[in-house]
Each structure stands twice: as C-alpha cells, then as structure tokens.
Write a new protein. Structure first.
Ligand SMILES: [Fe+2]
Ligand SMILES: [Fe+2]
Length: 117
C-alpha cells in the first residue's frame, strides 16, 4: 500500500508544481484563480483517498490525519479567497509556502502514518 501512496504523492507533487509554475508565469489574477481551484480539487481528492485507505486498514487515529488535512485545505482555501486583495506577488509567495507545507505533511505525517498500517 505504501508503494501505491508513494506513486500518488509523486503524481500529486508533479501536478501541484506544474500548476504553480504556470501561476508564477502568468500576469494576472483571473487565470490564477482557476488554477488554484484545480490544485484545491486535486489536493482534496488526495486527502479523501488517504482517509479512505486509513479507514479501510483499520487506523484508530484517522481523525488526527483528517484534522491535519482540514488545516491544509483551510490554508489553501484562504489563499484562494484572499485573491480579492489583488496582490499577485503576495499570492505567489503564499502558494509557494502552501506547496512546502503540503510536502512537509506528506513526508512527515503521511509517510510514518501509512508505514505502520
Ligand atoms: Fe499525502
Ligand atoms: Fe495526508
């Protein structure tokens, strides 16, 4: 199972990095918002998959994992909604920060969590 999730994590990161690269290189907020929605949708799918796998494998602490996922989704949703600020440079900075948080989560929360299931 951990092998499947490793592949899923690789695919997730490739996708998030590609969309972030796109956002970093467009000049304007309109396309950027749709691009963030794409990341949001993909990250939600990823978290749902992990929570389903954890439940199916009898993890007792799925709620802990879900809480951490919700925190990351809130962070990204807040970035998406704060685009009304029209501060594109700040938006790019916060998105880059989110990508780091997501990578940290996958490495330091998911990997140990799923390794023991
Ligand atoms: Fe993950
Ligand atoms: Fe996760």
């Amino acid at each position: 199972m951990i092998d499947d999730l490793n592949e899923e994590h690789e695919s997730l990161h490739m996708m998030v990095d590609s969309v972030l690269f796109f956002i970093q290189n467009v000049n304007g907020n309109v396309v950027g918002r749709d691009a963030i929605d794409i990341i949001l949708k993909r990250v939600k799918e990823h978290f749902t998959l992990e929570e389903q796998v954890a439940s199916a494998r009898g993890a007792q602490d799925v709620a802990v994992l879900k809480k951490e996922h919700d925190r990351l989704l809130d962070e990204l949703t807040e970035i998406r909604n704060s685009r009304e600020l029209h501060d594109f440079a700040e938006l790019k900075r916060r998105l880059a920060e989110f990508a780091k948080d997501l990578e940290f989560h996958n490495r330091h929360v998911d990997d140990p969590f799923f390794k023991r299931l």
